[in-house]
Design a protein around this ligand. Structure first.
Ligand SMILES: Cc1cc2nc3c(=O)[nH]c(=O)nc-3n(C[C@H](O)[C@H](O)[C@H](O)COP(=O)(O)OP(=O)(O)OC[C@H]3O[C@@H](n4cnc5c(N)ncnc54)[C@H](O)[C@@H]3O)c2cc1C
Length: 315
């Protein structure tokens, strides 16, 4: 079958890899400049690196634990710790060089085109038609497929599909991520990670150096969703200043060399659909993602696998 996958995050890349391995012809499009979506690693002027979105992953299901073991055996991922406030026995895996490297590895050998912002997905007489306008050096384009897997956040999927497909009403919470490169190491905790439960501004602090992601000291600070919701569209400088003020106590005597900010409008789905995919009646359009498999990397992987399986069974 000819399958188009919209979105090259964990879900899309997992589905594309599984379908390609089964012999289908798969093309992946992503509007970003590189693959990964919410797996994103920023690079700093001094060579430091920081994970902007997901910081680590856990593997609770056998299916995902098998994939994690394969990645670990290849040296792609490593165990960071087994909990932040105490050891709960569950490994937290980090990715060598940053979470973006996992996406790059998953994309290896696949037909992936970045910087293509899909505009519309509609059902034609013989299949599904995916179109995009001219932008970022790509001419306007169209591709016809037997089936399409849409892995973009559900509110965005709803826009692409128009009023002909009624998608499940799933909303998302935002997060703001401030990454701070420092002139020296600071100790955040014994593992380098800290989950904050009562702070009104910050929800997570992660030391990318302690995690093994960065050669130099770069700390990632994630905001609470309430803070992000109230500031999401403010200017970068004003958000960064406010987050940096909240971050100060963790920086101790270190000097700030550089900051970078990432806005995540669709960070975490509030509701999770009761099935791992949602499909149109004819099975030609499938929605998949962490809103279907569960709001984490593992859920995205499981949803991607389920979408591939569903398409393959219908082939
Ligand atoms: C701040 C933050 C912290 C997190 N921390 C963790 C964590 O520690 N552990 C964990 O397990 N999970 C964490 N998560 C969740 C995890 O990152 C996600 O569950 C997972 O990455 C979702 O993958 P996905 O492929 O479903 O979606 P995405 O990664 O969002 O991929 C969707 C892709 O679709 C593309 N796209 C969108 N619209 C279009 C369009 N019109 N045309 C073409 N392409 C389009 C986007 O560019 C994107 O690449 C975190 C997420 C955030 C934001």
């Amino acid at each position: 079958m000819d399958v188009v996958v919209v979105g090259a995050g964990v879900t899309g890349l997992t589905a594309a890899r599984a379908l390609t391995d089964l012999g289908h012809r798969v093309t992946v499009f992503d509007k970003g400049r590189r693959v990964g979506g919410r797996l994103s690693t920023r690079v700093f002027a001094n060579g430091g690196r920081a994970d902007a979105g997901a910081q680590f992953f856990t593997a609770r299901s056998n299916e995902f634990a098998c994939a994690a073991s394969e990645w670990e055996a290849k040296g792609l991922v490593h165990e960071w710790c087994r909990g932040f406030s105490s050891n709960d026995g569950h490994p937290r895996y980090a990715v060598r060089g940053g979470m973006g490297q996992l996406a790059t590895a998953l994309a290896g050998g696949l037909d992936v085109t970045c910087s293509v912002h899909v505009e519309q997905i509609r059902v034609g007489a013989d299949g599904v038609i995916v179109t995009w306008p001219e932008a970022h050096g790509h001419g306007a384009g169209r591709v016809d497929a037997d089936a399409v897997i849409v892995t973009v956040p559900v509110p965005q999927a709803s826009v692409l599909l128009g009023s002909n497909v009624l998608v499940p009403p799933i909303s998302y919470l935002p997060t703001l991520s401030l990454m701070v490169a420092l002139d020296r190491s600071v100790e955040i905790s014994s593992s380098g990670g800290l989950q904050l439960v009562e702070d009104p501004v910050l929800s997570f602090v992660g030391d990318n150096h302690a995690k093994g992601t960065s050669v130099s000291s770069v700390i990632t600070f994630h905001s609470t969703s309430d803070f992000a919701a109230s500031r999401l569209d403010d200017p970068i400088s004003s958000i960064s200043d406010r987050l940096l003020r909240a971050a100060r106590p963790y920086l101790k005597r270190a000097s700030v060399l550089e900051t970078q900010l990432q806005r995540w409008r669709y960070a975490t789905p509030v509701e999770v659909f009761p099935k791992r995919t949602f499909s149109t009646e004819d099975g030609r359009i499938l929605l998949a993602g962490d809103a279907f498999g569960g709001p984490k990397i593992e859920g995205a992987f499981l949803s991607g696998m389920a979408a591939a399986d569903q398409i393959n069974r219908g082939a």
